[in-house]
Ligand binder design. Structure first.
Ligand SMILES: Nc1ncnc2c1ncn2[C@@H]1O[C@H](COP(=O)(O)OP(=O)(O)OP(=O)(O)O)[C@@H](O)[C@H]1O
Ligand SMILES: [Mg+2]
Length: 334
């Protein structure tokens, strides 16, 4: 396979609290090809947002740090770039739509001016050209009457329109990768479907690669090419969507998909996984999922299971995986 557009390796985020130093993102690795839509899934607190913020070096607090991890864009390491050079990557090559658009649009600045400012910041050019590009972008994300609407302030937009404006803002610098953090959670299903269609169109039209963070497996099934499942800040499974939906190997993935029959279950189809995800200051030893796992074996609480390949592009970290086929020999799983 060709060099992936993005390769994240061993990305780790630590937080310092009164109880010590804890890893809220612990050795996360994944790849993204050009034009691929990757779904990043996992329960609340599993580290989805933090992993993406870390790869943009945009941590929300000074108590958080990135002790290690590699991020390669087109095969080139960017994690060790000085901040002024990294700024050319953040926004320009990797755009991000945040979980809460209201908090990332300036409330006292007209929507069009915010987008035009970003266009000029990244591409230069005249004010006039930036305004024209802004209207084009607003049209592209499906905002009706874009010329008129570009003069509106964020509070004059509905939730769906604000989300579209956020997408237009993220696209203003023409990124290769768009990270979309739960961009549709607060929207009604019709608007949600429109936004998902828009993201797919952007991928098809310009080969945009997308990391789509969500809790919603229906959305993943509809939108994504591949899925990466996080639990307690670690990757537990990653592979093509069809494989993870039809034949997940990690019991946590299987639990999320609701396809593993509960012990003694009678006809219930979707089930939630019993128990709660761990908190940062009380991470279980070994596999962080073991206290909730119905497949637990003695090894699970002792050592962290390594990611093993079941297909060259399908990896899972489990000592007692769901399903029959064994992992590939280690040399093939590199
Ligand atoms: N500013 C912060 N300082 C310290 N820890 C934080 C901060 N923000 C989040 N965390 C912790 O980091 C861990 C991962 O949080 P993160 O927000 O990445 O989860 P998430 O998977 O995006 O969850 P959600 O689905 O709820 O958005 C959680 O345990 C959370 O409590
Ligand atoms: Mg989040």
């Amino acid at each position: 396979m060709s060099t992936p557009l993005l390769k994240v390796d061993g990305l780790t985020v630590e937080t310092k609290t009164e109880t010590g130093t804890h890893r809220i993102v612990d050795g996360v690795s994944f790849e993204l090809q050009k034009g691929e839509i990757l779904g990043l899934v996992g329960e609340s607190g599993s580290g989805k947002t933090m992993a993406c913020r870390a790869l943009l070096r945009l941590l929300p607090s000074s108590r958080l740090s990135i002790p290690k991890g590699s991020v390669r864009l087109d095969g080139k390491e960017v994690m060790d770039l000085p901040e002024d050079q990294f700024r050319a990557i953040r926004g320009k090559r990797i755009g991000m739509i945040f979980q809460n658009p209201a908090s990332h649009l300036d409330p006292v600045m007209r929507i069009g001016d915010q987008i035009a400012e970003s266009v000029r910041f990244h591409h230069g050019g005249s004010k006039r050209a930036a305004e024209e590009r802004t209207i084009e972008l607003l049209q592209q994300v499906g905002i009706p009457d874009p010329k008129e609407r570009s003069r509106a302030f964020p509070h004059e937009f509905s939730g769906g329109m604000r989300q579209r404006a956020m997408i237009a803002l993220a696209l203003a610098c023409d990124p290769d990768i768009l990270i979309a953090d739960e961009p549709t959670t607060a929207l009604d299903v019709t608007v949600q479907a429109q936004i998902l269609r828009l993201l797919k169109e952007l991928r098809d039209a310009r080969g945009l690669s997308i990391i789509f963070i969500t809790h919603d497996l229906g959305v993943v099934a509809q939108l994504c090419d591949s899925i990466c499942v996080l639990y307690g800040g670690r990757v537990c499974e990653h592979g093509p969507k069809e494989r993870l939906l039809a034949a997940p190997r990690h019991p946590y993935t299987a639990g999320l998909m609701g396809c593993q029959p509960a012990i003694g279950a009678t006809g219930e189809r979707l089930r939630t996984i019993p128990g709660y995800p761990p908190t940062v200051d009380a991470m279980p030893t070994g596999c962080r999922f073991h206290p909730r796992c119905s497949n637990e074996v003695a090894e699970c609480s002792r050592r962290q299971p390594p990611l093993e390949a079941y297909e060259p592009d399908h990896v899972a970290a489990c000592y007692n995986p769901v399903g029959e086929a064994a992992a590939l020999p280690a040399k093939e799983s590199a």
